[in-house]
Design a protein around this ligand. Structure first.
Ligand code: ZN
Length: 129
C-alpha cells in the first residue's frame, strides 16, 4: 500500500475515534510487512490518563493478531495541529520498529514523511544479553 492510500486508511480509521473531551479525532494505519493493515483511533476516557492514542491502538491490535514486523504507519487527524505521534507512542513504536521506519503525517494538503529515528533519536532501550 502506498503512502497516500495509507493516509486515506488512517482517515477512515479516524471516523471511529472516541474523542468527546478533546474533540481531536485521530486515526492511524499500520502497514505490516505481509501487506496487511491495522487501523487504530484515539479512545478517550473521562479519566483522562486512561485514554489511548490511535497509533498504540493500531499497534496493539496488530500485536494481538500475531503481527510483529511493520513497514510504515500513517496518522491523520480531524483538525490542527498536525498529528505527530506523542512521546509515548514514539517509544512504543521503537520497541518493534527500526529508526528508518517511515511515518507519514497527514498535513492540510498532502502528507509529511519522516522516520521514527527523526522523531525519537534516543529511544529508551534495555539490553538483555
Ligand atoms: Zn500517542
Amino acid at each position: 500500500m502506498n503512502p497516500p492510500d495509507l493516509i486515506s486508511t488512517a482517515t477512515q480509521a479516524m471516523q471511529n475515534a472516541h474523542a468527546p473531551y478533546s474533540g481531536y479525532k485521530v486515526g492511524a494505519a499500520l502497514l505490516c510487512s505481509d501487506g496487511s493493515v491495522f487501523k487504530g483511533c484515539n479512545v478517550e476516557n473521562a479519566s483522562f490518563g486512561l485514554s489511548n492514542c490511535a497509533e498504540r491502538t493500531a499497534l496493539f491490535s496488530a500485536i494481538a493478531a500475531g503481527q510483529i514486523d511493520f513497514s510504515a504507519i500513517a496518522i491523520a487527524a480531524s483538525d490542527k495541529p498536525d498529528p505527530f505521534p506523542c512521546g509515548a507512542c514514539r517509544q512504543v513504536l521503537s520497541e518493534f520498529c527500526d529508526t528508518d521506519f517511515p511515518v507519514y503525517i497527514q498535513q492540510s494538503e498532502g502528507y509529511k514523511t519522516t522516520t521514527l529515528g527523526e522523531l525519537l533519536p534516543y529511544a529508551f532501550e534495555v539490553k538483555n544479553d
